[in-house]
Design a protein around this ligand. Structure first.
Ligand code: ADP
Length: 260
């Protein structure tokens, strides 16, 4: 079952062992009025080491999206601190946050979010253009090879399958050599076989490319590709598991009332 766990030798963490790629320190997020608003995150603290794969799970409304948005600088915590590679996001203004997201964070979404009028190559280069960074031909070729799209770089997204489009999105996320790649249900729109290919690719990015991946998912099989699974319930971290099997994850989710 867990062939992915043994298919790759664990690579050394990027930038040295023990470094933290991102962290939340007592992050609370309240939507609406402080006294009777919704407490979407309640004093959450977590540190994600570089070169690891983390899955975030939990029942609907448990705070997964809010966690992802606060960790990625898309939303501001009401209190507490969020850091990417040691940089405190809560001290940055909107312009600085936009710049940081473009250069140091990659995103992969359920709906791929590619630009339909651009070719595969142009989509992948887009973050570099937006950040005003030079395009290195050799690096682009390497990424295209890594995601298995070397022959498709002149195609438009509509000419590709869903799995291939998600490969483009992963290449686009990798191109700036970000501190973290965030995935928001990246396999949610894919069939089981294609989902496995995409999860294996993300696993390879971590094991062979020393990337850090944090992925929200509701799928126990998808979460089983991660090194660590965080379980959220009512805005708190209810549990964390190291390299659990899909069955262990499903069992934990059942106890959190996820599928009641
Ligand atoms: P999940 O991703 O696990 O479904 P969310 O982070 O989306 O959970 O939501 C956590 C809680 O915060 C829920 O109760 C939700 O209704 C609430 N919430 C999320 N976003 C907003 C918002 N913009 N305004 C008010 N409440 C929100």
């Amino acid at each position: 079952m867990k062939t992915h766990a043994t298919a790759f030798a664990p690579g050394p963490p990027h930038g040295g062992a023990g470094e933290t790629a991102l962290s939340l320190d007592t992050v609370t997020k309240v939507y609406g009025r402080a006294d009777r608003g919704v407490r979407a995150l309640d004093s959450v603290s977590v540190a994600v080491p570089r070169g690891t794969f983390t899955a975030v799970m939990g029942p609907s409304g448990s705070g997964k999206s809010t966690f992802l948005h606060c960790a990625a600088g898309l939303d501001r915590p009401t209190s507490g601190t969020a850091r990417i590679g040691g940089t405190d996001l809560t001290r940055m203004n909107e312009t600085e946050l936009t710049k940081l997201r473009r250069s140091r964070i990659g995103f992969v979404f359920q709906a791929f979010n590619l630009v339909p009028s651009l070719t595969v190559r142009q989509n992948i280069e887009l973050p570099l253009r937006l950040a005003g960074r030079r395009r290195e031909r050799a690096w682009l070729e390497e990424i295209l090879g890594r995601v298995g799209l070397a022959g498709r770089q002149r195609n438009r997204p509509a000419q590709l399958s869903g799995g291939q489009q998600q490969r483009v999105a992963i290449a686009r996320a990798l191109v700036t050599r970000p501190d973290v790649i965030f995935g928001d249900e990246p396999t949610g729109a894919l069939d089981t076989v294609t989902a496995k290919e995409i999860l294996t690719l993300l696993r390879t990015c971590v094991d062979e490319g020393a990337q850090t991946v944090v992925m929200v998912t509701h799928d126990p099989v998808a979460a089983s590709y991660a090194d660590t699974v965080l379980f959220l319930a009512d805005g708190r971290i209810a549990d964390r598991m190291r390299r659990p099997s899909p069955d262990m994850i499903a069992d934990r989710m059942t106890h959190l009332g996820a599928w009641a």
